[in-house]
Ligand binder design. Structure first.
Ligand code: NAP
Length: 276
């Protein structure tokens, strides 16, 4: 008898742009595992029904992307602490006992990418500066705090969102006015852009970057383009730069392992597969 072939996929709307199918299919192929990974465009109104139906069709789990990352938290039976803290989930496991388990691996992906790209950075060395206060910023803050960063400056165009983060994440967060974001960049050991500024089709980053200097790490969650204006400035200033594609690759690994049974390696071939 042939064992059931595990199925997984990504649920979003739209979902055609997602790089997750390329990443998971690359791992399935190169690791010689049987399984399929499918993009699924699902409307918000259908999300609950779809999540309850997929396990009956052989799905072992799914990734969840925009706009469902928050809504899925209400549908799940079990939610990890880190997903609760972040307020969103991106990785769903359909458990054998029928329960829907929701986790968030964005913070893990972020920190693994930084560790790989800026190996000399030590979390406890000094403050970090975070631009932005959206969903991605929440995952980044959770990861920076867990890693042991002593102080984190957060600046966002809409200040009230940054203040909400400070009240949710505690005393290590200091909110900085958007017009003073250049100062916090200068004072930090690690600088993180979590805004969509600099992304293809979005506004360009206009935060003053002349304070960037050698000895800093700089990472941008935006990965289209791979070298954003922030990263180009940082590179010219002698900073260690880490692009955002690695975060996408690393956040995919825990889900893949849970669904298909083996831990994948994030390497240059994985990057190439995601960029194809
Ligand atoms: P989000 O919740 O919509 O937040 C968007 C952020 O960008 C907010 O802080 C927003 O500020 C800011 N922003 C947007 N337009 C701006 C402008 N013109 N001027 C100043 N600030 C502006 O989105 P998200 O989910 O956090 O995602 C943010 C970015 O991270 C996206 O580019 C996404 O693709 C990327 N991302 C990458 C990865 C990865 O694996 N590399 C993972 C997750 C997200 P306001 O609050 O003032 O609107």
């Amino acid at each position: 008898m042939i064992d059931k072939i595990p199925l997984a996929g990504v649920i979003g709307s739209p979902v055609a742009h997602s790089k997750s199918p390329q990443i998971h299919r690359h791992w399935l192929r190169t690791m010689g595992l049987s399984g399929f990974y499918i993009p699924m465009d699902v409307a918000t109104a259908d999300l609950k029904e779809v999540l309850h139906t997929l396990p009956k069709a052989g799905f072992v789990g799914v990734n969840v992307t925009i706009p469902h990352k928050e809504a899925v938290m209400e549908i799940a039976d079990l939610v990890t602490d880190r997903a609760t803290l972040i307020g969103a989930a991106n990785t769903i496991i359909f458990r054998a006992d029928g329960k829907i388990h929701a986790d968030n691996t964005d913070g893990y992906g972020f920190i693994e990418n930084v560790k790989a790209g800026a190996p000399d950075w030590k979390a406890d060395q000094g403050p970090a500066a975070v631009l932005g206060a959206g969903g991605a910023a929440r995952a980044v803050l959770a990861a920076l705090i867990e890693a042991g960063v002593p102080e984190i400056f957060v600046s966002n165009r809409t200040k009230v969102r940054a203040e909400k983060l400070a009240s949710d994440f505690g005393q290590r967060i200091t909110v900085v006015d958007w017009v003073k974001a250049g100062n916090m960049i200068e004072e930090s050991k690690m600088v993180v852009n979590t805004t969509s500024l600099g992304m293809v089709g979005k506004a360009e980053m206009r935060v003053p970057l002349d304070g960037l200097h050698e000895g800093q790490g700089v990472t941008d969650l935006v990965y289209a383009p791979l070298k954003t204006r922030l990263l180009a400035h940082a590179e010219a200033a002698g900073c260690t730069t880490v692009d955002g594609l690695g975060m996408l690759l690393h956040q995919a690994a825990p889900g893949f392992e849970r669904w298909f049974g083996q831990r994948p390696v994030v390497d240059t071939a994985t990057r190439a597969a995601a960029l194809r």
